[in-house]
Ligand binder design. Structure first.
Ligand code: HEC
Ligand code: HEC
Ligand code: HEC
Ligand code: HEC
Ligand code: HEC
Length: 370
């Protein structure tokens, strides 16, 4: 084991080793670099319209989202207080959730409002250490490598566990107390073909994918829930099974909803809602928020309490029953789960135009022919 001096600091210290940009990793980790570029970890204030619009709506001067969304920024405090604005000229900011940042997380401390990442940094003049889970990784001239058990345990917890707003309202709660990162990595960093780095002295044939597929990935969204239907003459039972070890709704801007129809002779003769999926409260999965006067607010930062909440817990199975007029043979019953990346109330307030954000996306469908 190499002996090195680790200095734990939350943010940067004047003494810390030089920042290495995402671009600089490309020289040796080309495949991983390009995967990462397509991932949502490469998104931040500058290239994620939704994030920028929400942040600007909350405040035109203060930006306090950086600890999770551009954690490598050297001026997080100034951004929070409004002394500085996000700047496209700062590489530590435009690098979003950067390679260098993630691979320096040495310790995660649990806390009430949100967890805190502690970075393990080397003093200036030393080669930086990158943490990972490779055993006995080779050294390179750019960085040392250290195996750190955190890569199996806590590395995703620092940002993904939970978050409260400044009024103490829980905005999202994705992980159970003792849940570790092993599962997250298994599903969200599947192995993909290709070496870990270009010299590939060990002849490795695959690496952990860094495109972090999730809710924006058209294949991945089919895997989150299973749907099945059973019915007798005048009831339909839709069984939903959340296969994920986290809630169905994490991010507060999302709406996921069930559309159930009965088709007879090619005509829809019954549907679980008329105009808005919110008419069927059992089938609409969403987290809503209220202000101090119990008025609905679409932006979680303004919430003083939670409003209507319907969610499926990690691994929860739920049966939703509908009473209908008599079902006949040859009727076709369809249950579909749709996703809206941004719920309508939010897209109106933010004046969102991108159809990818505002149009329903089919996640999963089950069809039963009587
Ligand atoms: C000059 C080439 C080079 C550059 C540039 C480089 N690396 Fe590496 N990196 C390597 C080599 C060689 C290995 C060892 C691979 C092995 O042992 O199979 C490695 C391994 C790693 C590992 C695995 C360590 C472990 O213990 O799991 C991580 C993580 C890593 N690099 C991150 C980075 C990041 C982040 C950057 C950019 C800031 C970067 N590297 C830039 C050459 C490089
Ligand atoms: C430094 C904070 C931070 C850490 C650490 C972190 N993430 Fe993220 N992650 C984010 C943020 C912020 C976003 C949302 C970015 C955006 O959409 O603008 C995100 C997005 C995601 C997404 C959503 C992608 C999508 O398209 O749906 C997945 C999946 C994900 N992260 C998985 C992980 C996993 C697995 C780990 C642990 C290996 C991890 N993250 C560690 C901050 C972090
Ligand atoms: C069994 C596979 C599986 C495991 C394990 C898993 N996820 Fe997911 N996750 C998914 C799938 C599938 C989706 C996309 C479908 C959806 O969101 O309904 C998803 C979506 C997400 C999203 C996007 C949510 C959003 O609304 O933007 C994040 C963030 C995320 N997962 C983080 C994590 C974290 C953190 C862990 C570890 C605690 C984890 N996941 C463990 C399968 C998994
Ligand atoms: C959100 C955090 C996060 C970000 C951002 C991130 N990585 Fe990783 N990386 C991980 C985790 C977690 C693993 C280890 C997965 C495992 O083996 O358990 C890993 C593994 C690696 C490995 C070893 C690959 C393997 O299959 O063992 C290399 C090399 C690496 N990362 C380089 C990079 C580079 C280069 C970037 C930026 C282009 C980057 N990482 C961005 C979390 C991250
Ligand atoms: C505690 C860490 C944390 C903080 C602080 C934080 N976020 Fe996030 N944010 C996340 C994570 C993690 C995700 C990925 C999705 C998820 O977990 O639901 C995310 C996703 C998002 C998304 C969805 C992005 C997309 O493209 O789909 C928006 C919008 C967003 N955050 C806005 C903000 C704003 C605005 C702030 C500051 C007021 C903020 N967040 C502060 C952790 C955080």
């Amino acid at each position: 084991m190499k002996s090195i001096i680790l200095i734990f600091t939350i943010f940067t210290s004047l003494l810390s080793a030089k920042y290495l940009s995402n671009e600089s990793c490309k020289e040796c980790h080309e495949d991983i670099y390009y995967e990462y570029q397509t991932s949502y970890h490469s998104k931040t204030y500058f290239n994620d319209e939704l994030h920028r619009k929400v942040a600007n709506k909350i405040s035109s001067t203060k930006y306090d989202c950086g600890v999770c969304h551009m954690p490598g920024a050297t001026n997080l405090k100034e951004l929070e207080s409004g002394k500085n604005r996000p700047s496209e000229h700062e590489i530590e900011q435009t690098d979003a959730i950067s390679c260098f940042y993630c691979h320096q997380i040495g310790f995660v401390q649990k806390a009430h409002d949100k967890n805190i990442n502690f970075l393990s940094k080397k003093p200036a003049g030393y080669k930086p250490s990158m943490f990972g889970s490779l055993e006995n990784a080779d050294d390179s001239d750019k960085h040392e490598m250290l195996n750190n058990p955190i890569y199996k345990k806590n590395v995703c917890l620092g940002c993904h566990s939970h978050k409260r707003n400044s009024h103490g309202v829980l905005i999202f709660d994705a992980m159970e107390d003792n849940q570790d990162s092993t599962g997250c990595i298994k599903c969200h960093m599947p192995y993909s073909p290709g070496a870990v780095e270009k010299t590939n002295k060990r002849g490795r044939e695959e690496h952990r994918s860094h495109d972090f597929p999730g809710i924006h990935n058209s294949e991945m969204i089919k895997d989150g829930v299973d749907i099945s239907i059973s019915s007798d003459n005048n009831t339909i039972e839709v069984k939903l099974e959340n296969k994920m070890p986290h809630p169905l709704i994490i991010q507060a801007s999302r709406l996921k909803y069930l559309e159930v129809t009965i088709k007879r002779d090619d005509k829809i003769i019954w549907k679980n809602f008329k105009n808005s999926p919110m008419e069927d409260k059992k089938g609409a999965f969403v987290t809503e928020f209220l202000d101090e006067n119990d008025k609905f607010v679409s932006i979680p930062a303004f919430a003083h309490k939670r409003g209507f909440v319907n969610n499926l817990k990690a691994k929860e199975t739920r049966v939703i029953k509908y009473s209908v007029e008599s079902i006949k043979s040859n009727d076709i019953i369809t249950a579909s789960m749709y996703l809206m990346l941004v719920k309508p109330s939010c897209s109106v307030d933010l004046d969102l135009k991108d159809p990818k954000l505002t149009k329903p996306i089919l996640m999963k469908q089950f069809i039963l022919k009587k």
